[in-house]
Design a protein around this ligand. Structure first.
Ligand SMILES: [Zn+2]
Length: 315
């Protein structure tokens, strides 16, 4: 079950902020050194087109990737997502966007967000994270790409794209790797690879904006930097897909920590929920790898192709 979230809804839920407190916080922030101001890029697409594109791709993700559908785990990431979405800076807010947070039952450490708001975390990412803040870090980074509309901003720089025509191609590239190549068999990958693999500039922006949102939401942004190290460590020889889709803009760890030094962490988000989620996941059967899922999909496709070749109807 996907619960869609708008920023306005959540802001109302979390209560009105006292202007005086906001002013004091702003003053403190200034005195600590100004945070980096991130501006949106030139974009020929409308925010509604981001939403449309992301919605199409999300439907395909849900249909073709193994979803975890575990309420305990899902409510954990939804709660983090809601905290983050509530703190999107006003000048970057997109009222048309609808945010959702879901878990894919795959072992590999990965996460991806689609234009307009749908976000997917692999179970492997949640299992690898050591703190709630590390999960929030990856999510805040992904949210940064969504808010800054990096997918369509990147398309704006390139050749002409028709939104309807690219959804499937985009998906293969966003999801990436082995499971992604299975998904994109129906559509030719190529455009998509270009479309969703971000360069250093976008990565740096997502890091810094993500750090700012984390601090406002009650998470120490240094957890984001820690998570990137956790991902690197767990990557082994091949390196996790997340890092190839989100290349290090250079001195990533140091840049996030430097930004964190300018930020005041407001309040305190829950810190130890992850232990309960880890315990819960440990009771479920282990997540399959993308390769296992791809083999299984291949096997089913071959099976149904044989049926079609004999001219008989399936079912
Ligand atoms: Zn990124």
């Amino acid at each position: 079950m996907t619960r869609l979230l708008t920023r306005t809804n959540h802001t109302r839920l979390s209560g009105a902020r006292v202007p005086l407190v906001a002013a004091i916080v702003a003053a403190l922030t200034l005195s600590a050194g100004a945070q980096t101001r991130i501006e949106p890029h030139k974009n020929r697409y409308s925010p509604q087109q981001d939403v449309q594109l992301g919605r199409q791709a999300a439907t395909e993700v849900r249909g073709k990737m193994p979803m975890l559908d575990d309420e305990r785990t899902e409510s954990f990431i939804e709660a983090i997502g809601e905290r983050l979405v509530a703190e999107i800076p006003d000048h970057l807010d997109q009222p048309a966007f609808r945010y959702s947070f879901e878990v894919v039952n795959l072992k590999e450490i990965n996460a991806f967000a689609l234009p307009g708001g749908p976000m997917f975390l692999h179970r492997g990412m949640i299992e690898a994270a050591r703190t709630d803040g590390e999960v929030a870090g990856v999510m805040a980074h992904e949210l940064g790409h969504v808010i800054l509309r990096h997918g369509t901003a990147q398309a704006t720089k390139g050749q002409k794209f028709q939104v309807g025509a690219i959804a499937g191609q985009v998906l293969g590239a966003i999801v990436g790797g082995r499971a992604g190549s299975v998904i994109s068999q129906g559509s030719q990958v190529g455009l998509g690879v270009y479309f969703m693999k971000y360069g250093r500039e976008y990565e740096r922006e997502a890091d810094l904006l993500g750090a700012q949102i984390m601090a406002r939401a009650g998470y120490d942004p240094r957890h984001m930097a820690n998570m990137f190290r956790t991902i690197e460590r767990q990557g082994g020889g091949r390196g996790p897909e997340w890092l190839s889709d989100h290349p290090n803009p250079g001195n990533r760890y140091e840049a996030i920590v430097r930004e964190a030094d300018t930020l005041e962490v407001r309040g305190r988000a829950p810190q130890d929920e992850i232990e309960r989620v880890h315990a819960r996941l440990a009771r479920l059967s282990p997540a399959p790898t993308s390769a296992q899922v791809a083999r299984e999909q291949q096997r089913r496709q071959t099976g149904s192709a044989g049926t079609t070749a004999r001219g008989s109807r399936s079912r």
